[in-house]
Design a protein around this ligand. Structure first.
Ligand code: PLP
Length: 341
């Protein structure tokens, strides 16, 4: 068995010698598309009559919830697994995830016949765990939150030689998820503003490389007020972790800002905004009621941010990244019965 050394990490998340912190480029996104396009369908870009009327703007939804795992991240998982060094195919991959990153790696691992172990927080979204297991991954609950699970995953990689798939410090993941941005540019080059939720920042970084660099559009990132590590890193120019990241939108949960994506966002993101968890929860409800779309909290952060910026967005062509649909059944029940909290 080969073991892999860890190296000094700029952002307090252990990096292994195979992790490359050089930001990917637009050319890398084009290269990723040749791979991703063979395994995944293009996702629809659909005008929202409800939000267009609410905002007095031309609002389109980039429907990443329609991908086979129900979230955009699978684009990155496919790109990483398709180009993985052969030495890693046994013993396979380990990842830490609140659910969607794990589903992405599990789905891609199954497609390329690579074993996958996923560490999840001790109190995970059970629907996301079931989905990861359905894709053939082994799931291990550990610790109080995403970051505790992440530390456990790093330890497994060190001890057993798994390839640790970081959720953000992976150029292949960022280039893979960036393929969504190429689709937006091709269909709607007149976009003025693209709004994207930010957890670890891979998705927003992908839109910066594509929509941000090839159109006149501003790319705006959104975090929850309760999980704002990347917001502070971006605004203040450091990589300091926060004490907490307890948010309704578990897809945005991270106490630690990540080096690779922070660098890309500081170079290219027009703005980063924070929205309250209550606004996110209301946006989940509104999208279900008005658009008949079942979306998870993280995806509705972009909707909530757009509704809070209606004055600036009026008259514009706006794209909202709809990042995923994996709302826990318990939260769906709250939405339907109106007994949130
Ligand atoms: C992971 C995730 C996000 C955040 O994406 P990052 O690339 O980590 O910033 C947003 N929405 C959903 C549904 C996610 O799964």
């Amino acid at each position: 068995m080969t073991t892999y050394d860890t190296r000094e990490s700029p952002d307090e998340t252990t990096l292994f010698s195979y992790h490359d912190l050089d930001p990917p480029t637009l050319a890398d996104v084009y290269e990723a598309r040749r791979v991703v396009g063979r395994y995944l369908p293009r996702t629809p870009l659909v005008r929202s009559e409800y939000l267009s009327a609410e905002l007095d703007a031309d609002v389109y939804l980039k429907r990443e919830d329609t991908l086979p795992t129900g979230a955009f991240k699978v684009r990155g998982g496919i790109n990483l697994c398709a180009t993985l060094d052969e030495e890693f195919t046994d013993p396979g991959l380990v990842a830490a995830s609140t659910g969607n990153h794990g589903q992405s790696v599990a789905y891609a691992g199954r497609a390329f016949d690579i074993p996958v172990l996923v560490a999840v927080p001790g109190d995970p979204n059970p629907d996301k765990v079931a989905a990861m297991e359905r894709f053939g991954a082994e799931v291990h609950p550990h610790g109080r939150d995403y970051d505790a699970a992440r530390e456990w995953a790093e330890e497994q990689a060190r001890e057993h030689g798994y390839r640790y798939v970081h959720s953000a410090n992976e150029p292949k993941l960022v280039a893979g998820v960036g393929t969504a941005g190429l689709e937006v540019v091709e269909e709607l080059p007149a976009v003025d503003t693209l709004i994207c939720p930010v957890g670890g920042g891979s998705s927003a970084a992908g839109y910066c490389l594509t929509v941000g660099q090839t159109t006149d559009a501003d790319v705006i990132g959104v975090q929850s007020e309760n999980a704002s590590a990347m917001y502070h890193a971006w605004a203040e120019g450091h990589l300091r972790p926060r004490e907490d990241a307890e948010t309704y939108a578990e897809g945005l949960q991270s106490r630690v800002p990540f080096a690779l994506t922070t660098r890309l966002l500081r170079d290219h993101l027009a703005e980063m905004v924070l929205v309250g968890d209550d606004r996110i929860r209301e946006a989940v409800e509104a999208m279900l009621r008005e658009e008949h779309l079942l979306l998870e909290g993280a995806a509705c952060a972009s909707v909530a941010a757009a509704l809070e910026r209606r004055e600036e967005l009026a008259g514009q062509t706006v794209v909202l990244q709809i990042s995923g649909k994996n709302l826990a059944t318990s939260k769906l029940r709250e939405v339907l019965c109106g007994d949130g909290d």
